[in-house]
Design a protein around this ligand. Structure first.
Ligand code: XMP
Length: 521
């Protein structure tokens, strides 16, 4: 996976040696945000790999181990011998200190959270920054005695040696995490290292990442064939487009229409990818099979399981029809990797169950292609824009794998699906019209399992109840119900009741998460 040159152009690279911290990817991401290319390699990587990469600087990440124990990771000696700038962060600082003759201890009082850093001597690391900086700490060990050739640069109340630098070599170390947003000016601190110390140039662009990923896919796949489950979501769409650019018709996408998609969604996905972008997409019209398997089922967990299993069956059946497939492509992005395996450093590759393709038959023996594995959602979106994927697809609110199946409370029928699709469509159309769609993080309609009495003209109408849900959230772990204007809600409600005769009443969900979840099931 050499990323030394992109289209024969060498670009300045900052190498991050990974000691297993949950923040390692964030370090690389922050550097890329400053338009410098950054790559992560395991701490025990071969010398030849590093020579090939020829980095401008090396950052040693944090990690869960303790250098006070004997058999924990250490920086390979050749890293010091190359003579390029080094920055140790947290565990990276501790092992660096230990290896250079300092002393690290485990402290009783673990430090986790905000801390005030006081810069006590001039250092390029803190150039143009205040002497007091609010930083984010997360450690149980700390440097007790400076190595001989080092100067103290900064302290906190509990960590007297919170930053240090070598007296003559470009080796720096900090105990806190500049890569997390909780550290004030963290980006500036990292930029001091990459620009003022490593002299890296800002020659990295999204275009480069795209060309690089395309080259890597070509290298990995050669002349073999790849299968991809296309959902129409951001991650699978970007993966499909990248692969298409890399290997053209050797990519086959399978798009499963489970009948539980939003109104017009199946046509939109086919139109975008098959007709406009000329991808090889097979559409599996499977609404009937899903409905059959879901008949008489009203328990949410059972519904989710059935939808997941049916998806796998349908996908497998399509895959088996295709001949000579060697690879399975997945739109796994970095947060999925963290959620499913705990850390990118671990070799184990667990496929998240709602990626829905975990059940391919053993005998297919497919290797994985995951070109977005180290990227964050916003990076994937930016890539999608550069790749020419329509904005409406990239900026769509998230949609759960089980689709409308978890938004029709109780048993799912074809008729109910149609009613919900219409109601949801009206809500979304109105949000877009009122310029509110991008202001909420997710919005949708839910069909409730109760009927209510209404009156239309002189007629009594005993019909369905639709709930509207809109939330604001950053990470979808917690969410606040969106305070949409009353007049807006009134307009949506009127349209739904007037245009859909199966609906007699509309309610607005004012529950936040927690304790409620975003979806109703
Ligand atoms: P909850 O309901 O757990 O949802 O607050 C948080 C976010 O996750 C989405 N969600 C899913 N996404 N497969 C998915 O791909 C699923 O099974 C699933 N369930 C919930 C939900 O839409 C929200 O954005």
């Amino acid at each position: 996976m050499s990323k030394l040159s992109i289209s024969n152009k060498k670009i300045d690279t900052i190498l991050v040696l990974d000691f297993g911290s949950q923040y390692t990817q964030l370090i690389a991401r922050r550097i890329r945000e400053s338009h410098v290319y950054s790559e992560i390699l395991p701490w025990d990587i071969d010398e030849s790999k590093i020579a090939e990469l020829n980095p401008k600087g090396i950052i040693l990440s944090g990690g869960p181990n303790s250098v006070t124990e004997t058999y924990t990771p250490r920086v390979p000696q050749f890293v010091f011998d190359i003579g390029i700038p080094i920055l140790g962060i947290c565990y990276g600082m501790q092992t660096l200190a230990e290896q250079m003759g300092g002393h690290v201890i485990s402290v009783d009082q673990k430090e986790f959270g905000h801390s005030e850093l006081e810069v006590v001597s001039e250092s390029l690391m803190f150039k143009n920054l205040d002497k007091k900086i609010n930083v984010w700490m997360s450690h149980g060990d700390q440097v007790q005695d400076l190595p001989d050739e080092f100067n103290l640069v900064a302290s906190t109340k509990t960590a007297p040696i919170a930053a240090m630098e070598h007296k003559s070599l470009p080796i720096y170390a900090i105990q806190f995490h500049p890569e997390v947003t909780h550290t004030d000016n963290g980006k500036k601190i990292l930029e001091n290292f990459i620009f003022n110390i490593c002299n890296a140039s800002t020659d990295w662009k999204m275009d480069d990442l795209i060309s690089q990923r395309i080259e890597e896919i070509k290298d990995q796949v050669q002349d073999k064939k790849v299968l991809l489950g296309l959902s129409g979501g951001v991650d699978s769409s970007v993966t499909a487009t990248l692969l298409h650019k890399a290997i053209g018709k050797k990519l086959t996408c399978v798009f499963v229409d489970n009948g539980l998609l939003r109104k017009g969604e199946a046509d939109q996905v086919m139109q975008t990818f098959k007709e406009n972008m000329n991808l090889n997409v097979i559409k599996s019209d499977s609404a009937e099979i899903f409905l059959r398997h879901l008949k008489d089922i009203d328990d949410p967990e059972q519904k989710r399981k059935i939808i997941g299993r049916t998806f796998i069956d349908v996908f497998d059946a399509e895959a088996i029809k295709l001949k000579d497939i060697n690879f399975l492509a997945q739109g796994t992005i970095y947060p999925d990797v963290i959620e499913s395996s705990g850390s990118e450093s671990k070799e184990a590759r667990v496929i998240k169950s709602h990626h829905n393709v975990g059940g391919l038959p053993e005998e297919m023996k497919l290797d994985l292609v995951e070109p977005l594995r180290d990227l964050f959602k916003d990076e994937v979106r930016r890539m999608g824009v550069e790749l020419g994927i329509p904005k409406e697809m990239l900026e769509r609110h998230p949609f759960p794998g089980p689709g409308l199946g978890v938004r029709i409370i109780g048993e799912i029928t074809k008729e109910k699906t149609k009613v919900l699709q219409e109601a949801d469509h009206i809500f979304i159309q109105e949000l877009i019209k009122a310029d509110l769609y991008d202001k909420v993080s997710q919005a949708f309609a839910v069909l409730l399992p109760v009927k209510s009495v209404g009156v239309v003209g002189d007629e009594r109408r005993y019909a369905e109840v639709v709930a509207l849900r809109a939330v604001e959230t950053v990470d979808f772990m917690t969410a606040r119900w969106a305070h949409l204007p009353y007049e807006f809600l009134e307009g949506v409600s009127n349209r739904i009741v007037n245009e859909i005769e199966e609906v007699s009443r509309v309610v607005y969900d004012i529950s936040s998460k927690p304790p409620a979840t975003i979806e109703w099931e």
